[in-house]
Design a protein around this ligand. Structure first.
Ligand code: SAM
Length: 301
């Protein structure tokens, strides 16, 4: 127990030099539904480790039994991780390899493990990722939303006031937004997203990934909210919500001078809607963009 405060202090500084006699801490991803998603390397590491630190030992026991793995398990969850971390560190320092797993997917991703990994690195222990399933990455890989830059926001606050305040902060975020959400809050969450981001913003609900009732539904927020509202099955199971990043409204500058000249000429001769439609046909610029520019112009005059 005396080890813990020292490790906590060390953790505030840079990781210590690697301890060559210590074992390694393997951070092992497990499936998020489909057991076939476990990697051959994950199975080997889990089989060969001296101890497996698991978020819920009873839950993980079923996974290990399925694969015939008999490595002993010890609990490492959000309530004991800080205090019990020293137990795992002691084993690691004694030369034993330890594998860290969570109930599903990649440990530390909205799951316990951060304090243990931090303590291990501060103690100079080799920390090795064994990658695999992760719900946010699986959802993003199939969403068809820009994936070159994205932000993961984890779970939104459970209460509406906090949730809306967080969404307000993200309103003009240009990167694709990714959220985890509990099924009993998915409808409220989509309602608030529609309220804050607007019903037109494209979003995707990725539900029950890798499982029998896997559903990926991409729609503008208003329609996605309607889809979930009208079918209670969509309010069950595990889900990830992705929302397209904010794009600045197209301005006169983006339309180009030639299209503006055509639009200006037509606006002198006919109503706004007709002028925008005709200008779109002549210039190839999208009709709703020209319509918006014409409206803005009118308001400014
Ligand atoms: N560590 C996990 C990972 O790597 O994705 C996430 C754990 S977090 C406690 C659980 C949340 O992840 C769920 O509430 C859900 O938002 C998301 N999730 C996990 N499995 C999922 C699945 N099969 N389909 C959709 N979302 C899933």
């Amino acid at each position: 127990m005396w080890l813990l405060p020292i490790i906590e202090v060390c953790a505030l500084t840079a990781p210590g030099p690697l301890n060559s006699t210590a074992g390694s801490l393997f951070v092992v991803a497990t499936p998020i539904g489909n057991l076939d998603d476990i990697s051959a390397r994950a199975l080997k590491v889990l089989r060969e480790a001296k101890l497996i630190a698991a978020e819920d030992t009873r839950h993980s026991l079923r996974l290990l039994q399925h694969f015939g793995i008999t490595t002993p398990l010890a609990a490492c969850h959000e309530h004991n991780e800080r205090e019990e971390g020293s137990r795992f560190i002691t084993r690691l320092l004694a030369g034993d390899d330890v594998a860290l797993i969570s109930d599903a997917g990649t440990p530390l991703i909205s799951d316990p493990g951060y304090h243990l990994v931090r303590q291990a690195r501060a103690a100079g222990i080799n920390v090795v990722p064994v990658p695999g399933a992760c719900a946010l990455i699986a959802a993003l890989s199939a969403a068809g939303l820009p994936s070159d830059r994205f932000i993961f926001e984890g779970f939104l606050p459970a209460k509406a006031v906090g949730r809306r305040a967080r969404l307000e902060l993200l309103k003009e975020e240009p990167r694709t937004l990714i959220f985890y959400e509990a099924p009993h809050r998915i409808l409220e969450c989509l309602q608030d997203m529609e309220l804050v981001f607007g019903g037109e913003r494209l979003a995707l609900l990725a539900r029950e990934l890798t499982k029998t009732f896997e559903t990926l539904k991409g729609l503008p927020l208003a329609q996605l909210r309607e889809f979930v509202e009208s079918d209670s099955n969509q309010q069950r199971g595990e889900c990830v919500v992705l929302v397209a990043g904010w794009t600045a409204p197209e301005s006169e500058d983006a339309v180009g001078s030639e299209a503006m000249r055509v639009l200006d000429l037509l606006l002198k001769e006919m109503p706004l809607k007709r002028a925008a439609a005709l200008a779109a046909e002549i210039t190839g610029v999208r009709k709703n963009v020209l319509y918006q520019v014409a409206l803005d112009k009118q308001k400014g005059e």
